[in-house]
Design a protein around this ligand. Structure first.
Ligand code: ZN
Length: 79
């Protein structure tokens, strides 16, 4: 039996992919981007996107508090 397994890692690394920002082949050191600039651009996009997320506040300040009326808890008849 011959286990001749080719290491596909090298192959995978060869076709690393494209820069998500501009589409150019990604550069080693800036992967998956092609340059520091593109990385910064993407990062910026990310941050601005995070900031753009609307903050949904769930605090209903109507003064309508749910009454915790647990019958039989306040006065125990068994006592
Ligand atoms: Zn790029």
């Amino acid at each position: 039996m011959r286990s001749k397994r080719k290491k596909r890692l090298a192959e995978k690394r060869a076709r690393a992919g494209k820069c998500p920002t501009c589409g150019k082949p990604s550069e080693q050191g800036f992967r998956p981007f092609c340059s520091k600039r593109c990385r910064d651009v993407d990062l910026h996009r990310w941050l601005s996107g995070a900031y753009a997320i609307p903050v949904t506040e769930d605090t209903d300040e109507d003064g309508a508090l749910p009454e915790t009326g647990a019958p039989g808890l306040a006065d125990d008849p068994d006592r």
